[in-house]
Design a protein around this ligand. Structure first.
Ligand code: GLN
Length: 537
């Protein structure tokens, strides 16, 4: 079958759920038997999304191959249940860097380098590249940002050109827009959508479908008006009211006929009927009233919850499958140092310390780990969360008052967390981390092994520092179990405290492999322990 392309653009404003919509469409196509690939094009100039502040872009999502990507890739993986690779995400910066380095090498033999054709060719090469690499039936490409942004123009131009090259019948442009509501009259307005479609058409792209987002119900007449003004078929204007349940989006799109419409318009042959029952059941389960467990999430970027997107989703998945509701208490770790935020910790059934970098708020995280250890509150540590658990253990159990990670105190006498030896000489911030999938062997009888029900697992990593093996024996004698190790026995992957209901922490990031239908075993074990604690109250 000829590869088909779905190009997603955004209109009016950003953050209206373009990524979720693209991901959900991917699911509808996968359910019809098609092989789906996904790619996100980020218009910013950064070359390395891994070094971007979580405050501006939310979490950095890590893939199997170690690519540090935009958080939308998390939506794709969770909805479609696929494993993406590096070629699923690229930025303008990477495209420019590639072309400029070619120019420096003299590859263009003194020619003038221009946005068209050099930059657009490189964009096309990458979009066509993923089609080839994955051998997908359908390639979903999401252009970040909003139509009208200066920096996304080369992307749109490249996609416009690509449409002619691969054949118009193989390309579908889907524009996701926002319909604002006027407070005084309650009226929902389509004008910004009309303008944004006009902007698209001015660069030669007429959308084939408009997904109209709003917080309110969108009437049929309004959709027909959009169809008329924006020159789109009536059936191709899809109203999408904000849902209280994220995982309802595929069901809403399916009900609106999006799956069948795409298959028909792109001349594809579905090999099976979509089975959306599991998703219906999932949404039903989410809506069913359940007892609540409270989890205190002690982090550094808590003002922007997107910074912990995958952690939050993984908690929700695990809660759902444990038949509880999870309520997250967001605690700023630096507050704990100032005697604030402890009320949230005290009211919680469990404590989670996620990943992070830099020394701000570290002591607060160590305090949270101490509280969990001493009060026997279920604890899950993710990456930095494992490191602070070890720091507290060294200080509180082994009496090494000065213990620390050399990331935070270079001159500590007890660097229980230290740089990996082969990284000592590296000073550059980008590209120096242990990234991506690595195997981990589990110790029989441990809580981790019990949670996983397996002997060997593979998990995604993103860190520079490691548990320092010089202290391994001391820790074990003190009651810590290193229940997950790299197969060569050299790197600690999971640590847990023996005499505790559930104090388990991993050097890797389990949150990236949690799926709505398949919660991550460590998160499940954690929520189960939280539920037990809650039941005892
Ligand atoms: N800063 C720590 C390290 O580099 C932890 C990283 C993380 O939590 N992702 O090892």
């Amino acid at each position: 079958m000829t590869t088909k392309y779905l190009f997603y653009t955004g209109g009016v404003v950003s953050s209206v759920g373009k990524g979720v919509t693209a991901a959900a469409t991917g699911l509808l196509l996968k359910e019809r038997g098609f092989k789906v690939a996904v790619q996100k094009l980020d218009p910013y100039i950064n070359v390395d999304p891994g070094t971007m502040s979580p405050y501006q872009h939310g979490e950095v999502y890590v893939l199997d191959d170690g690519a540090e990507t935009d958080l939308d890739l998390g939506h794709y993986e969770r909805f479609i249940d696929i494993r993406l690779s590096r070629s699923s995400n690229f930025t303008s910066g990477q495209v420019y860097a590639e072309i400029i380095s070619k120019e420096r090498r003299g590859d263009f033999l003194g020619g003038t380098i221009q946005v068209i054709p050099h930059i657009t060719n490189e964009i096309k090469r990458r979009v066509a590249g993923i089609a080839k690499e994955t051998n997908a039936d359908v390639v979903i490409v999401e252009v970040g940002g909003t139509v009208g942004d200066i920096e996304s123009q080369p992307f749109l131009e490249a996609l416009r050109q690509l449409r002619n090259e691969v054949g118009r019948e193989n390309v579908f442009f889907i524009h996701v827009t926002w319909l604002p509501q006027i407070g005084a009259t309650g009226e929902i307005k389509t004008k910004p959508t009309q303008h944004s479609v006009a902007a698209l058409r001015s660069i030669g792209i007429s959308p084939n479908m408009i997904i109209a987002r709003a917080d309110q119900r969108i009437d049929k007449e309004l959709c027909d008006k959009i169809a008329l003004f924006c020159d789109v078929e009536k059936e191709a204007v899809v109203p999408m009211t904000t849902s209280d349940v994220l995982y309802e989006v595929p069901l809403l799109l399916e009900k609106a006929g999006v799956g069948d419409y795409l298959v028909q318009k792109l001349g594809m042959k579905a090999t099976r009927q979509p089975d959306m029952k599991p998703w219906e059941k999932l949404v039903e389960r989410v809506r069913k009233p359940k007892p609540t467990v409270k989890v205190a999430l002690v982090g550094k970027y808590v003002e922007l919850q997107d910074a912990y997107m995958s952690v939050r989703e993984a908690l929700k998945h695990a809660a759902l499958h444990n038949d509880v509701e999870v309520e997250i208490g967001w605690v700023h770790s630096a507050d704990l140092e100032k005697d604030k935020g402890w009320d949230i910790i005290q009211q919680s059934d469990a404590i989670l310390v996620p990943g992070g970098f830099g020394s701000r708020g570290i002591e607060g995280k160590v305090m949270a780990a101490r509280y969990a250890r001493e009060k026997k509150v279920p604890y899950l540590g993710l990456c930095l969360g494992m490191q602070v658990m070890c720091i507290d253990f060294a200080r509180g159990v082994l009496n090494h008052e000065d213990a620390n990670s050399s990331e935070f105190d270079r001159s500590t006498e007890y660097p229980v967390i230290d740089l990996m030896t082969d990284q000592r000489s590296i000073t550059d911030m980008g590209g120096t981390m242990r990234l991506g999938l690595y195997p981990c062997e589990l110790q029989e009888g441990s809580k981790a092994a019990e949670a996983y029900g397996e002997k060997r697992v593979e998990e995604r990593h993103r860190h520079r520092f490691e548990f320092n093996n010089a202290y391994k024996k001391d820790f074990e004698q003190g009651g810590m179990v290193f229940s997950g190790m790299s197969p060569d026995g050299k790197l600690v992957e999971i640590a847990e405290i023996k005499d505790h209901p559930f104090m388990v922490a991993s050097q890797f990031h389990p949150e990236f492999l949690s799926r709505p239908m398949k919660p991550h075993p460590l998160f499940s074990g954690f929520i189960k322990a939280a539920k037990e604690k809650n039941g005892k109250k």
